[in-house]
Design a protein around this ligand. Structure first.
Ligand code: PHE
Length: 454
């Protein structure tokens, strides 16, 4: 089945940084802190962790298994394993979710670029928190610059994807991911040592379970999927570039650990500062763009820290954006037989357009709503809270009930090279067949009100 001409990752480290690069992104550094803020802190984190360990890990194995088994894009993969089956909807959800996520992701990616440039200006950090909030809303609601920055961010991601897997995605991830880790760690250390940081740490680690509602559960589940890049074919696609000898268990475990580590570190970088500076934790998507500059303003060489942080946010975002684009590009090149360049140009045009709508929905289009949500919020909500959980559900059903058990074991054991104990395999299959599908269904039904748990 191996295709000698197909591009792929060149080394184990390359696979790890690329998959971790996809997982660690705005989801960890921007989305996680504000969701924790909106959903009451520690209780949300605990539910999130449970979902990661119990549901997301088995889903990640499942996606890797499908991808590596078939060495094809999502449509090709499902078609190879189950020709003409309704499971092909996994392919449709994948491409739809990639477009939907990129349509707000690259707008936020654009904000990070703007904030890198802003950080060079001495006036930026002399501001107080009210001023930083005004600066942010002034910028993000404008019609011109945020759109330009969104297109710039999307264009840069497109350039990396055109270069391919080994010479594009892998090469850049190897440099960018370690740099990211060092900088976030430094910021977290600075944040927890601020005066008044204690309240933020308490908010992160002392749970108040009375705050949990059906929406919190869904938000935690959506965030776990989003943060681990699950439920939309991204890991299937990256899995298809993984060498047959790699141990899929290890890659999944390391990715989940790195991703969760980054999320907690990001929480530690943001929440103590939020409380130390008296900023309301539940203010949503603008949180890191307002709170962190507050820390920087207190530091010697604050501008330098600010440039570094937004550069990091940009790196984290772009290593995820390329994985989102790759889902669409792999589909266009392998199924529709387009050249890589043509595929990237089409993806750029579609996302460029939707992204522009979502950027403008923070300003001139803010009154245009669908289901009560602006374009920006709709793309975010529809992908994380609907498409990804449904996609993840179909993936586990597919691997649990449609694929041959022997093939699943063959992939998990890398063709017999990795010893998988039989009780471990049975446990994994039990979760994939029953626990994960039931749990995801319950959370989804609960959130649309068909059953009432909370
Ligand atoms: N995991 C990425 C993040 O946390 C976002 C992402 C979602 C990337 C889905 C790929 C697929 O920012």
């Amino acid at each position: 089945m191996a295709n000698v001409n197909r591009d792929g990752f060149g080394s184990r480290f390359g696979v790890l940084v690329a998959v971790a690069g996809s997982a660690v992104g705005l989801g960890n550094l921007w989305r996680f802190p504000y969701l924790v803020g909106n959903n009451g802190g520690a209780a949300f984190i605990i539910i999130y962790l449970l979902f990661v360990i119990l549901l997301c890990l088995p889903i990640m194995f499942s996606e890797f298994i499908i991808g590596r088994r078939t060495q094809a894009n999502v449509f090709g993969a499902i078609n190879k394993l189950a020709p003409k089956s309704p499971f092909i909807i996994i392919g449709i959800i994948s491409v739809a979710a990639s477009i939907s996520i990129m349509s707000f992701y690259s707008v936020v990616g654009g904000w990070t670029l703007e904030y890198i440039f802003k950080s060079f200006s001495p006036q930026f950090l002399t501001a107080d928190s009210a001023n930083l909030a005004t600066q942010f809303s002034g910028f993000s609601s404008a019609s011109f610059m945020p759109v330009v920055m969104h297109l710039l961010f999307l264009g840069l991601s497109a350039l990396i994807v055109v270069a391919g897997i080994k010479n594009g995605i892998e090469k850049y991830s190897k440099i960018l991911m370690p740099a990211l880790f060092v900088l976030v760690l430094l910021l977290a250390v600075r944040s927890v040592t601020l005066d008044g940081a204690g309240a933020g740490i308490k908010f992160l680690f002392y749970p108040d379970f009375s705050k949990i509602t059906g929406e919190t559960l869904l938000a935690a589940l959506g965030q776990a999927f989003f943060s681990l890049s699950l439920g939309m074919g991204c890991i299937i696609t990256y899995g298809s570039y993984v060498n047959k000898k790699e141990n899929l268990f290890n890659i999944s475990l390391m990715t989940a650990a790195a991703d969760t580590g980054f999320a907690i570190l990001a929480g530690l970088a943001v929440m103590p500062a939020v409380f130390a500076f008296g900023i309301p934790p539940g203010q949503g998507p603008s949180l890191v763009f307002i709170t962190l500059p507050q820390i920087f303003a207190q530091l010697p060489f604050g501008n330098l820290f600010s440039v570094a942080f937004f550069f990091i946010l940009f790196i984290a975002a772009i290593t995820s954006a390329i994985s989102l684009l790759e889902v669409i590009v792999a589909y266009f090149t392998e199924e529709l037989k387009l050249s890589r360049k043509a595929a990237v140009i089409i993806a750029f045009t579609i996302i460029g357009t939707f992204g522009t709508l979502s950027s403008l929905s923070n300003g001139v289009l803010k009154d245009v709503t669908i289901f009560g949500k602006t374009f920006f919020d709709l793309f975010d909500y529809a992908s994380s809270n609907i498409l990804l959980p449904v996609g993840g559900l179909l993936v586990v059903l597919f691997v649990g009930w449609r694929m041959k058990r022997a093939d699943v074991l063959d992939e998990l054991s890398s063709g017999g090279a990795v010893a998988v104990k039989s009780f471990v395999f049975r446990w994994v299959m039990l979760i994939i067949k029953f626990v994960a599908p039931i749990a995801i269904t319950i959370v989804l039904l609960n959130s649309i009100g068909l059953i009432k748990l909370f």
